[in-house]
Design a protein around this ligand. Sequence first.
Ligand code: TNX
Length: 503
Amino acid sequence: MRFRLVAAALITAGASVFAVATPTAAAGTAYTGILPAPVSVRVERGAFTIDRHTTISAGPGADGVAGYLAGLLRRSTGYPLPIVRGPGDIALTVTGGSSEGYQLDVSSRAVTISAERAAGLFAGVQTLRQLVPVTRPWTVPAGHVSDAPRFGHRGAMLDVARHFFTVAQVERYIDQLAQYKINVLHLHLADDQGWRIMINSWPRLATYGGSTAVGGDPGGYYTQAQYREIVAYAASRYITVVPEIDMPGHVNAALASYPELNCDGVAPPLYTGTDVGFSSLCVGKEVTYRFLDDVIRELAALTLGPYLHIGGDEAHATSQADYVAFMNRVQGIVAAHGKRVLAWHQVVSATPRPTTLAQYWDTTNDNPQVAAAAANGTGVVLSPANLAYLDMKYDPATPLGQDWAGLVEVSDAYGWDPGTYLVGAPPAAIRGVEAPLWTETIRTSADIEYMAFPRLPAIAELGWSPAATHDWPAFRRRLAAQAPRWRAQGINFYPSPQIPWPA
Ligand code: TNX
């Protein structure tokens, strides 16, 4: 254990010299259990104990994170943990700057977390949480963590179109994502089976197009007030919501809601099956672009972050010439409303704008067209379906999910390097990773959790941790160490036989 710690420090710490005191076994375990693995850790002698007198101090810009931390610690310990202005026992400091990194120091007298900005402080708080035991005594081993993310885009996608999930269910998932330093929640808001966001200028999209789900299950949609609540909740966890309206395919719910959107003026029936690639917006009709201008304007106004996702995948019912014209025109509409485009990687077959990001979902690491776009400046977010899709089955017996991209055990989800994955893509083009959860077979929060845990933490680590920390044996132990927390939180995780779960 000690040797591994020293080795990890030397590998990842560059020039700094790490002195390892004589940590207890528990201290070593706590710091090697941090997931995603930090850039560097140093275990020291001693421990800080949270008790009924412990205070939290928030420097300027740290109030929100301090309130969040106090809420968590009050809930688990039952202590008052007041937030004080002057010096406190757990001190949170924002120093100014743009890094998402943080420094965490634990001594027997104090805990300090400092970061250039609040997002980094929040990441440091997630690390501190993992150092606090699941049960009393609330003793945090002394040590130092210096950390910063490898990639800026560390995403999870939830498909609320195939099945609808309530605000409370989405917020529950947001809290689970935040623990693993995910900073983007991509919501797949519309597909053939349902339209899930009220668009005031086209209300039937939600009231009619949102009334169905796969298999005849109940539909639903978010009012704009509810959607704002999700966005604000995510923001309070330093997660940016990226809304997706998939187009020009995956649009049956919209076509069913408004006959004029169809080339023949006839609305198709609502759809509750699971086929893909059969619907298309009418690329040649001007009403299509008035419709999209309205939808994108309303969505842009609801969106705090820079990106709107316009889908663009599996447009098998749209000719390639129409697809190119359509994607180029819609990129312009998004830009006119002050946002940037995220789209599935087929967008590279049109003309991606300099600010457009392509989300790669194919199952091969060799895609010359995407690599060429990346070499030309298109940023790429990696979601290879055979590695990062959370709706793939773990093994043939998995009761939920699909297997068209293969079976994805934990070792598959963890066993690749986003930085070198896509043959021919310059490393700077890779903006990060995203773990999509499509929900054709997913109906409850317990289902979401079964598919996301433990693979989501694997993808989260690939997004956050330096390549030098990638190590399957160590990752297995880090993951196993999370199980008591998941049990305490009621997370319905898949007990993969690959992981040495504690009893
Ligand atoms: C492919 S890959 C889809 C989704 C399905 C998913 C099921 C991609 C961008 N689209 O429409 O829900 O497979 O695994």
